[in-house]
Design a protein around this ligand. Structure first.
Ligand code: HEC
Ligand code: HEC
Ligand code: HEC
Ligand code: HEC
Length: 213
């Protein structure tokens, strides 16, 4: 379970509602407690989306696991006969892989205007790291400083204003607005079913660093 100390919850709520405040509050959220921050991962701290390609040099294990996830192939999914049939039934004008009604949840940062993104987001890469971890251009700059010994990890805000992805982040897409939403997708311990169970889903996408590395 993710712990929710009350002050962190307040900080997180501020993050979600006042984008500008994130700039002021960012230093308050120090790296050491970063994993306790729940809530929406996407915080506008001036960072841009850079794409998963930019992550693999420092997080190769996470990249490898992600590539095996459905998330990485979420755009391909929109090109299947099943998807085309759904779109036709909904009366969409364009094929699903070109329809905002589907792309919203099946790719990263679909409706986000990027600023100075060095590597534009490729829709073919589906639901990428930054759909959950938030735009990471700032984090990469800080990450490099740590890698090159120019800063200690505990001296810098490695999260760079991003929140830690929590249940509400998942539910931005895992919700009944999805045309294939099913109330019985997950079975709970007591035998009842639900459309999304955070704990089971988290296990299915587990990409934490292996212990022996
Ligand atoms: C130049 C190196 C570098 C790059 C590139 C990089 N990171 Fe990191 N990242 C780090 C370092 C260093 C840490 C802190 C140590 C650790 O947790 O591995 C870190 C930690 C993290 C954490 C965990 C934070 C925590 O508090 O444990 C996440 C999540 C993360 N990075 C996501 C990303 C994503 C997403 C990308 C690509 C958009 C990315 N990183 C690119 C260096 C990098
Ligand atoms: C940007 C939208 C989006 C977000 C945010 C998101 N998902 Fe998904 N997720 C999808 C889509 C779309 C699929 C279907 C992919 C496919 O076509 O198979 C999916 C599939 C899955 C699956 C099915 C297993 C698999 O690998 O295919 C699991 C489990 C899952 N997501 C867990 C999560 C969890 C846990 C979170 C939050 C930490 C999360 N998702 C956040 C869009 C999202
Ligand atoms: C609100 C977000 C959302 C929207 C909008 C959305 N999807 Fe999805 N889609 C998902 C998620 C999340 C999954 C993964 C299944 C799950 O865990 O609910 C998924 C899975 C799928 C699947 C795999 C079957 C399944 O249910 O596992 C198909 C096919 C699909 N979507 C087609 C579409 C099409 C076509 C559109 C547009 C008409 C669309 N989706 C719009 C979130 C969305
Ligand atoms: C569907 C959402 C989602 C996607 C996509 C995703 N992550 Fe994560 N990531 C999470 C969540 C949630 C956690 C925290 C897991 C936990 O608390 O157990 C996490 C944890 C991490 C960590 C910390 C691992 C540790 O050992 O503590 C790193 C680093 C990371 N992710 C990097 C990445 C990179 C790089 C990508 C893309 C290649 C990526 N993530 C894709 C949701 C996601």
């Amino acid at each position: 379970m993710i712990r929710l100390p009350i002050n962190r919850t307040v900080v997180s709520a501020l993050f979600a509602s006042v984008a500008a405040a994130a700039i002021i509050l960012a230093p308050v959220v120090s790296a050491d407690n970063a994993e306790e921050i729940p809530g929406p991962a996407v915080v506008d701290d001036g960072a841009d989306y850079v794409g998963y390609n930019q992550c693999q040099v420092c997080h190769s294990h996470q990249n490898q696991v992600w590539r095996e996830m459905g998330h990485a192939r979420a755009l391909d999914r929109l090109q299947t006969a099943e998807s085309i049939a759904i779109a036709e039934e909904m009366g969409l004008e364009n094929p699903p892989a070109e329809s905002p009604e589907c792309l919203n949840c099946h790719v990263t940062a679909y409706d986000v205007e990027t600023r100075t993104t060095p590597t534009p987001i490729d829709l073919a890469d589906g639901v990428q790291c930054e759909s959950c971890h938030g735009p990471s251009s700032e984090h990469i700059v800080i990450g490099r400083q740590v890698m090159f010994g120019q800063a200690e990890e505990d001296e810098v805000d490695i999260m760079a204003g991003r929140g830690w992805p929590g249940e509400s982040n998942c539910r931005e897409c895992h919700n009944p607005d999805s045309p294939t939403w099913r109330d019985d997708r997950y079975t709970l311990e007591d035998g009842t079913t639900t459309g999304f169970d955070f704990e089971q889903a988290l296990e299915l996408i587990d990409h934490s660093e292996p212990e022996d590395e």
